[in-house]
Structures are given as structure tokens and as C-alpha cells.
Ligand binder design. Structure first.
Ligand SMILES: [Zn+2]
Length: 217
């Protein structure tokens, strides 16, 4: 899943207004952000396998530390604790931790049964990626819902707050469409480096957050 994770990140602002959108993106995307680093380090593995599913040409066959449910629970607990220690804000800490774990459940909807529960299985996955229409519907539903919640929870305090937000929405959708409609990437290396570029969404989220305020009701 791609857009859906960001949808939950946007929605998280309503649950924990104290968390920056950048921190929320870090939480919901931590699994993927870690994955590309671990692949680069040779710790985790995937291969390009055109036709692996209707949506994605990748075979994710070894990623227990970034995409295991148990591992993500530990990551969420550790990072959530850091937030609690640093900010003394229980809601922010809990929402961050749950955001980290949410990645597993969203991915388990779309992935084949390759999502480890513990480090060496059992493996879960409902395989929504076998259907393009179902994947598109699910991604747009969660993403659209998150955008709607975020737009109602916050307001731009200047022009940047408006354009930084909507340009990110357009950029994410464009990147997602390109990944579904485009040809499979030529090499694993290309995939890893474009995957690492996803770290840019974290500062982008912080940037948006600094130019938007939570609406008071
Ligand atoms: Zn993932």
C-alpha cells in the first residue's frame, strides 16, 4: 500500500494535534523507510518479479525487521516511549506508536501472504494487489478519507500552508499512478534509491505543519 499509509498519517492529526504531520508520516511510513535502508545494507531483500501481482512487480521475500508485526510493535513501543519521555504527551506517544503498527495492517490487506507476524512467519496477506480495481478503490478510500479529515482539522495560516499541502497530495497521487501504470523498473538498485527518496516526505510533512494551524471549534 502507498497512498493509504499517508491517508492514516493525515488522519492522525485529528487524534494527536500535538504531533507534527512530519512525525505522523514518519510513524505510518517507518516500515518502508527502514526497509529501503535495510535493503541497501543487505539485511533485507526483495526482487523484481514482473507479474508477481497485478499491481506490483516486486517479490518481497525477506523483510522481518521492517515489516514484521512483532518488529513493528517493538519499533512503535520504543519510539512511542521516546516521544513520551521527550514530550510528556501520552496521546502523541500512543498515536505515534499505533501509527507505526498500522503499516502492517494496511500492507497485510494488499500484499500476498508475505507479511511476517514474527521474524520467521507465520505470514499474512489478503492479496488485494491481485486486483487493480480493488487496490485503487482501497487506496483512494483511505487516502481521500485522510485528506478530508486533515483539511477539516487544520487550516492554512499562509499561502505556503495551502500550496505545500495540496502539492504534496498531487505529488503522491502522481507517483502512485506512475508506479501502477508504468513499466517495471530496470534494476533493484533504481527501486532502492527511489525508495530512499521517500524520506523526503518527512521534512515535507514538517514543512506543511509549520504553515497550518489546528482549527479551534
Ligand atoms: Zn510497506
Amino acid at each position: 500500500m502507498f497512498l493509504g499509509h499517508f491517508g492514516l498519517g493525515f488522519a492522525g492529526k485529528k487524534l494527536a494535534p500535538a504531533l507534527s504531520l512530519g512525525a505522523l508520516f514518519l510513524a505510518v511510513q517507518l516500515a518502508d523507510l527502514l526497509f529501503w535502508i535495510l535493503v541497501l545494507l543487505g539485511v533485507e531483500h526483495f526482487r523484481i518479479a514482473p507479474g508477481a501481482t497485478a499491481v506490483t512487480p516486486f517479490d518481497f521475500y525477506d523483510y522481518p525487521w521492517s515489516h514484521g508485526l512483532a518488529a513493528l510493535a517493538v519499533w512503535g513501543l520504543v519510539l512511542g516511549s521516546f516521544i513520551y519521555i521527550g514530550r510528556r504527551h501520552r496521546v502523541a506517544a500512543v498515536v505515534f506508536g499505533l501509527g507505526v503498527v498500522s503499516h502492517w495492517f494496511l500492507d497485510a490487506f494488499v500484499h500476498r501472504p508475505d507479511m511476517p507476524v514474527f521474524l520467521r512467519g507465520p505470514y499474512a496477506g489478503l492479496g488485494l494487489w491481485n486486483s487493480v480495481p480493488l487496490t485503487v478503490a482501497a487506496e483512494l478510500l483511505v487516502f481521500g478519507g485522510g485528506i478530508a479529515i486533515y483539511a477539516r482539522t487544520t487550516r492554512a495560516t499562509d499561502r505556503t500552508g495551502k500550496w505545500a499541502f495540496w502539492s504534496l497530495v498531487v505529488f503522491l497521487v502522481a507517483a502512485w499512478v506512475a508506479s501502477i501504470a508504468g513499466p517495471p523498473p530496470p534494476t533493484e538498485r533504481v527501486v532502492v534509491w527511489s525508495g530512499l527518496a521517500m524520506w523526503l516526505f518527512v521534512p515535507w510533512g514538517y514543512w506543511i505543519d509549520r504553515h497550518r494551524a489546528v482549527r479551534v471549534r
